[in-house]
Design a protein around this ligand. Structure first.
Ligand code: GN1
Ligand code: MG
Length: 377
């Protein structure tokens, strides 16, 4: 059997990367895809790095559709930055063509791979350290919203149906509870009672969308704070990554997931729940950054910014709990009960956000008013 590195070198050779392969290492990024950082060298001694990624087919049943979406988004953003913003100074994500003329390589027995440029000089944060980082990350996701706002909705496919359909996520959890294939439901009464006690609010955003209050947009849908590359020297956000879930959605899914992943100082799988709290200065920086990045939010969106954080935390908690019940088949885990711990931190966060929600929304209203985003707070 070929060793792993030789295999990665062969996959890298499928892409139009200049120079010679030097090295590859696996990077631990995200709960879904397998990612490698590969280095190539040119004859003049210069080196460049690239990101090779295998798309997880268990999560993305149609990886070619994922690639079509990513192609549309990366090309459009590049066009818009050059022709509308007239700014060619920053780093953007680019796909490299593969043998056969597409932007992905189909490796027999080893799935679908793609290759991006590596964004140099940056780092990502699992836990936000300062309001400045929160502001920068939120501004980057806001700008992303603005950059993709003129892609026709029909150019983007729904690659994971019902991805942020919270009532559907609730049904999936209840089905897993009913089936309980690993006999894990016992001992989860507290968690399940908590979820059930929130049933009344889970359809709020979808109901508002159906009523025409919230517009459907092209959204990122996975705005975890570690999906923004931050310049290591200046702390400025450089680029949003992880475009696989770009789909038609609601801006509040994006804002809510930022709140979920940024406001608390605790890790996503923290076991000491007393560490899960809402840092108001971080929340405020998220609102300021998002509104600075994207100028297009309507009244209904502004009204639900604080609510969205709790909803996405609840939704993500239900997804982690469902996966725990089904045997950890969706999210990568590195230890026993990690998905259960992740679910518990999310539910704790929902409670903390609920306690502060009116204070959070009052801040949003004040800020929106001073910016003239709306007439009255
Ligand atoms: C997954 O790939 P990553 O870790 O950025 C998941 C998100 C969840 C997140 C929870 C395609 O994102 O929806 O919010 O884990 N992505 C997919 O940490 O399901
Ligand atoms: Mg992801």
């Amino acid at each position: 059997m070929k060793n792993h590195l030789t295999q990665i070198q062969e996959i890298a050779n499928e892409f139009a990367i200049p120079g010679n392969f030097i090295s590859a290492m696996e990077v631990d990024s995200g709960h879904i895809n397998s990612t490698y950082l590969v280095e190539f060298g040119s004859d003049d001694g210069s080196k460049s790095r690239y990101v090779l990624q295998r798309i997880n087919e268990a999560v993305f049943p149609d990886p070619r559709a994922v690639m079509r979406n990513v192609e549309v988004v990366t090309r459009h953003i590049n066009w818009k930055i050059l022709r509308v913003k007239r700014d060619s100074s920053g780093q953007t994500l680019n796909l490299f063509p593969a043998r056969g003329g597409r932007f992905h390589a189909e490796i027999e027995g080893d799935g679908i791979w793609r290759c991006y440029n590596f964004i140099e000089g940056c780092c990502t944060f699992d836990v936000v350290e300062s309001p400045r980082q929160a502001y920068e990350a939120a501004k980057a996701f806001g700008s992303f919203q603005d950059l993709v706002s003129d892609i026709p909705l029909e150019n983007i496919e729904e690659t994971i149906p019902d991805f942020h359909n919270t009532p559907q996520r609730y049904k999936n959890l209840m089905q897993a509870v009913a089936e309980d294939p690993l006999n894990r439901v016992k001992g989860l009464k507290k968690e399940l009672d908590f979820v059930r006690s929130n049933k009344a609010t889970i359809s709020r955003l979808i109901d508002l969308r159906n009523a025409g209050v919230l517009p459907e947009r092209i959204t990122h849908n996975d705005t975890k704070i570690n999906n923004v590359m931050i310049d290591s020297e200046t702390d400025e956000a450089v680029c949003v990554i992880d475009l696989d879930t770009v789909m038609p959605g609601l801006s509040l899914y994006d804002f809510g997931d930022m709140v979920r992943t940024a406001v608390s100082p605790a890790a996503e799988d923290e076991q000491d729940l007393s560490r899960v709290t809402v840092r108001m200065p971080i929340f405020e920086a998220l609102v300021e950054g998002y509104l600075d990045g994207c100028n297009c939010l309507c009244e209904g969106e502004i009204d639900n910014l604080a609510f969205s954080g709790g909803l996405i935390a609840l939704e993500t908690g239900m997804r982690f709990l469902t996966d725990h019940l089904l045997g950890d088949i969706y999210f990568k885990t590195s230890r026993k009960n990690q998905n259960l711990d992740r679910a518990r931190t999310q539910f704790q966060l929902v409670k903390e956000i609920e306690k502060r929600e009116s204070e959070m929304q009052a801040f949003v209203n004040r800020l929106a008013k001073t910016r003239g985003t709306r007439a009255a707070g």
